[in-house]
Each structure stands twice: as C-alpha cells, then as structure tokens.
Design a protein around this ligand. Structure first.
Ligand code: ASP
Length: 445
C-alpha cells in the first residue's frame, strides 16, 4: 500500500501543527511520500509565508527594503526549528536566498522558498529524506508537467526511506524554478500520487473534507463521505473550494482516490473522491443530493429576435461577440427566438455596454434586455440520475417558499441541476433544498 500525504499550509503553520503531522505519518507506514505547502497562518492576524514572500518580491521591485518582512519569515522558521529541536542550518539557507535576491532573482524562485524551507524542516523532523521539487517536478517550456520525466527523476533519487517534497513548484528544462497557481501544492501531491502509482492520495487540511453545503449558510452541515470526480468538478466550479481544480487530472487518469482529511481531527474519515463511488454506495446509500453550492452576481443578457432560431449560425455570432471581449460564458439557456447569455458580472463589468453595442450592430435583435443580481445554485448528485420527479420536487420546494426561479438548466447526464434566482433569495434557496433533501431524508433513514 502506498499513500501520498499532502499537508496544506494550516497543517504546518507552527511547531504544534508539525507534531500533529508527525503523529499522522507515524500512525501508518504506508505514508511514505509527503508533500508540504509553505507555513500557513497561525492565527487570523498572521500571514501565510507565501503571501509574505510575494510582498518581499514587490518590495524588491519597487526598491523598498524587504528586510523587515524577510526577518518576519526567518523568525517564523527559527521558532519552529527551536521548538522542535531541529538542526537544519537556517542561517545558511536564508543567506543563500538573500544573496540570490541581491543578484536579482525571479519571483518564482523567491516565492517557492516557503515550500522549500517548510519541507526541509519537516523532512528532518519526520526523519525522512528531503527531495527538492526543482529536481523532480519537470515542467516543459509550454508550462505542462512532463510526467514521464518526473517519474524518471523521482525514481533516480528515491531510496528506501520516506521522502518529503515541497509542493507548488518545479523546474523548467533549463533548471529555472517555476511555480504553479496558488494552492498548487495540491497539484504536486496529485502528480506524485500519479508517478508512484499510489493507492490513495491523502490531502490533509483544516476541514474534515467536503460539506454538503456552505457552513456560513447552513449551521453544522453534514459532511460528504464519498463524491465522484465529476460531482467534485461541478461543486468546485460553482464555488466549493477545498481542493485545487487541477489536482484532479493527474489522479483521475490512474483512478487513484483522493481522501481529504483534517490534520486537527485525524480520526474523522473525511471525504473520499473517486472515479466511481458505487462500491461505497452499496454499503452506505447516498442522499439523492451530494452537495449544494452556488455563486451570486451573474448578469443575463437576453436577445429576442423573431425567427432567429431558423438562422444558421445565430447563436455562434452571439457567442463570438463575448469571445471578442474575452468574456467567458457561464450558460446559454434558449427558447425558440430568445437567447440568454449568462456571465459573471465582474467579468463584463468593464465592457458590458461595448458588448451590447456590438450585439445590436451585428445581430439587429428586436429586443435586448439586461438583468443582473442573478445567483446560480447548483444541486449536484450522482443519485439524481433516472429519478423521475426529482426536478419537480426541487422546483415545487422553491415555489412553496415563494422563491422565484429565473433560470433552470440540467444537462443530459443528470448530474446537476442549476437554478438561477435573485441574489436576495440565494441563502434561503440553499436552506430550503438542504432541509427538504438532506435533513428530511436523514430523519426518514
Ligand atoms: N503556498 C502556496 C499558496 O499559498 C501553495 C499552496 O499552499 O498550495 O498558494
């Protein structure tokens, strides 16, 4: 059994968290591959090391002394080292970074030092080998990770002992460090899980996996024990963010389950993300709905033109206007001669009137309407498929709570139903779905 265990910033925020990580690693000998983020916030007033490093880089760029911030970072690592009685030569490490900074360094190099230093300390503390991500995570010049090369490089360096690899960065073929997008350590963990063909990719964070709904809206919502990759994709696209979106691809291709776990509550089994949940579903039948998520603030641009649906290419011409302004389109509900285009309001804010002008000029609609303050709610569930009456029950629930539905969208795979309501009804709509489909089902179970 091989397990890759990735620890997020909050799991390595201070010496106390390091101790929890060690307990987790020691409790299961399969956890031989450890990937670490940079130290996260210790408290609300604290800052993530990665943020501080970005700030240092800005100081360098504007010619302002970065020393006060840099010393703050240094002090954090020193505290961890002292409290855990470690020997890593931090002075040497920080001197090396300072000298690169004086010579002129890339942002990626500087920002990657958070993961690098955290992993160095963690490796010593766990008594594992440290392997620098720059030596094994191989980027191509097009920014994609070269999996074959990564696998080869890792195999060359691996010995019998467990290893700690910093997340979030790798190197280009010429050795230059390249970082991933924010939260990228999740991707590193997934890449390592892929190349070592892990049985499970554990992602340790500060929540016990995915929740059915946002805890800011639903008090104490239930956790999701098992979710499939496609459901997860729908949930995270619509705002449920526990894991980096791109962390799915490397594990999906090898069918490796991801287990999101809580470093502060290691006995909680968390959420299992798998290609196929049917095995788990046989033991524990899922709710009709796996999760409810959503976002506020969408704008709907509606064009009406008689007989337009008979005009070949009409929809393409509408969409090409949005493409010209680099606005990504969320959804396009249509009826016979009415075409609505839904976009995130913040995306069109600066060019809405240009788009409207262009649509009028090129498509000559009979009417063009704009409506904003639309919220989209995605009701996601693998168990909804082939369940007659599911959408009917959902919609009647809205009706009985006086919530007006502006848009409904369901794809033919029946994995999710997306409902558009006014922003002001957003929370109420989520609450009524939760009460009807999760709470009630729990009671009757
Ligand atoms: N430290 C990086 C960030 O804060 C990457 C990570 O934590 O995954 O985004």
């Amino acid at each position: 059994m091989i397990k890759v265990a990735k620890f997020g910033g909050s799991s390595v925020a201070n010496a106390e968290q390091f101790r929890k990580v060690k307990k987790i690693i020691e409790s299961d000998s399969a956890r031989r591959f450890v990937v670490s983020s940079a130290c996260g916030k210790e408290s609300n007033e604290d800052h993530k090391v990665t943020d501080l490093l970005f700030l240092c880089e800005a100081h360098v760029r504007f010619g302002v002394s970065y020393e006060p911030i840099f010393q703050q970072i240094e002090a954090k690592y020193q505290r961890i080292k002292d409290e855990l009685g470690l020997k890593t030569d931090l002075k040497k490490e920080f001197d090396a970074i300072r000298s690169v900074m004086k010579r002129g360094m890339s942002t990626d190099y500087l920002v990657s030092r958070g993961e690098y230093l955290t992993s160095k300390l963690l490796a010593e503390y766990l008594d594992y080998d440290f392997i620098d991500a720059a030596d094994v995570i191989a980027f191509r010049y097009d920014g994609e990770v070269d999996m074959e090369r990564t696998q080869m490089l890792l195999e060359e360096r691996m010995k019998e002992r467990g290893i700690v690899i910093p997340g979030f960065y790798g190197a280009l073929p010429n050795g230059v460090i390249r970082i991933m997008s924010r939260g990228g350590s999740d991707i590193t963990g997934a890449i390592i899980a892929n190349v070592v063909q892990a049985d499970v990719y554990e992602n340790w964070t500060d929540v016990s996996g995915f929740l059915v709904a946002d805890p800011r809206i639903i008090e104490n919502p239930m956790g999701i024990p098992c979710i499939n990759y496609n459901e997860l994709r729908e949930m995270s696209y619509m705002g449920a963010n526990v894991l980096h979106d791109d962390a799915i691809f490397p594990v999906k291709s090898r069918n490796i389950p991801i287990n999101v776990r809580n470093t502060n509550d290691p006995d909680n089994p968390g959420t299992l993300i798998m290609a196929d949940c049917s095995e788990a579903d046989r033991i524990n039948p899922p709710h009709c709905i796996t999760g409810i998520t959503g976002k506020r603030d969408f704008t709907v641009i509606t064009l009406v033109k008689m007989h337009a649906s008979a005009e070949v290419g009409f929809l393409r011409r509408i969409l090409s206007v949005f493409e010209d302004y680099k606005v990504s389109v969320e959804s396009v509900p249509t009826t016979v001669d009415t075409f609505s285009v839904i976009v995130a309001t913040e995306q069109v804010g600066h060019c809405l009137y240009d788009i409207v002008g262009k649509l009028k000029e090129t498509l000559k609609p009979d009417d063009l309407r704009i409506e904003d303050r639309l919220a989209l709610i995605a009701v996601v569930g693998r168990a909804m498929k082939d369940q007659p009456g599911m959408s009917g029950r959902l919609l009647s629930e809205f009706g009985s709570h006086q919530i007006n539905i502006k848009i409904i969208n369901q794809s033919s795979d029946e994995l999710s139903i997306v409902v558009g309501v006014h922003n002001r009804d957003f929370e109420n709509a989520i609450r009524c779905i939760y009460d009807r489909f999760i709470k009630e089902e729990e009671v009757t179970k």
